[in-house]
Write a new protein. Sequence first.
Length: 347
Amino acid sequence: MVTVAVAGATGYAGGEALRLLLAHPEVTVGAVTAGASAGDRLGEHQPHLTPLADRVIEPTTADALSGHDAVFLALPHGASAALAAELPSDVRILDCGADFRLADAAAWQEFYGSEHAGTWAYGLPELRLAGGGVQRDELTGQTRVAVPGCYPTACSLALAPAAQAGLIGLDDIVIVAASGTSGAGKAMKPHLLGSEVMGSMSPYGVGGVHRHTPEIEQNLARAAGAPATVSFTPTLAPMPRGILATCTAPAAPGLSAASLRESYEKAYGAEAFVQLLPEGQWPATASVLGSNNVQLQVSLDERVGRVIVVAAIDNLTKGTAGGAVQCLNLLLGLDETAGLPTVGVSP
Ligand SMILES: NC(=O)C1=CN([C@@H]2O[C@H](COP(=O)(O)OP(=O)(O)OC[C@H]3O[C@@H](n4cnc5c(N)ncnc54)[C@H](OP(=O)(O)O)[C@@H]3O)[C@@H](O)[C@H]2O)C=CC1
Ligand SMILES: CC(=O)N[C@@H](CCC(=O)OP(=O)(O)O)C(=O)O
């Protein structure tokens, strides 16, 4: 058994990590830590995590987190670097925040407005890479992993096979994605009040300013082996969980619908968590909730010459905590699927 501590245990990402870790056959949950809620019982904040209801939340310090085989950091952006520096180098750290996701320090500065902390191995195992590789191979032997953002998980897995195979143009990629409100975390924000969100959908971060834009571009450039530019527009949907990403790009000259589909079958046919749906069936967030699955459908709009890929994930499972557990399994040499649900909870 390995012991895993969770920092940010009272938040949405930390809570989902604990839900999954409690069901993991090789894991014992160690320290649970947070910020202002330190000293409370975990059950006051995460009543669904019944086996841990009486655990007392500890302050988030290196002392509380050290002595574990692995640590999940589910803290606000900017909190990870200082903590990670204080933890022994052999402790596996899975950072659910953004601090170490980008390789380009200038892009970090532009989109996050702070000093770049560095770059860790990127935790999206199924990401296809130029030259025929796959990101999972780069995770073996690592002790520090940057878990992807929720939108980049859905959007990158949607378009990477086409980018890798040269089936799309890289300079006119357009993505519109809807997210459930848990993507924004638990902290109170006026635009997330129930009366603002229920029964309404609205865009935010419009005009190329959302911080996931450079992360998606980075992933697609790695898949294609050439720079990619993305117009990304997120929208807020009146549901607690789920992301539905509609991704389109110019089709390469002469591309047929059959060869497009074939390239996705080839890329993801052996993946446990990525399912290309049967022709005519479209992804829906309700079909993936609570599971670590990514459901995809591809189409060729021959009239305008564009490839369309639609992807659905649960932002808290595959989009954060499930992705982190998947990476933990790889770091530990366990079955990549250990402890991870592939069955959802619809409706
Ligand atoms: N929600 C999502 O879908 C996704 C989230 N992420 C990332 O995961 C991380 C956590 O997000 P999320 O769970 O949504 O956020 P929440 O706001 O729901 O939770 C934040 C957690 O961090 C703790 N915390 C806040 N400030 C401090 C501090 N100064 N010191 C120690 N602990 C602190 C909070 O504890 P307390 O209760 O005591 O305040 C809480 O446990 C973020 O980096 C986010 O970007 C990544 C992908 C998707
Ligand atoms: C609905 C909503 O607000 N979603 C969040 C994305 C959450 C996510 O993936 O988080 P990090 O990159 O912050 O880790 C947003 O758009 O900022």
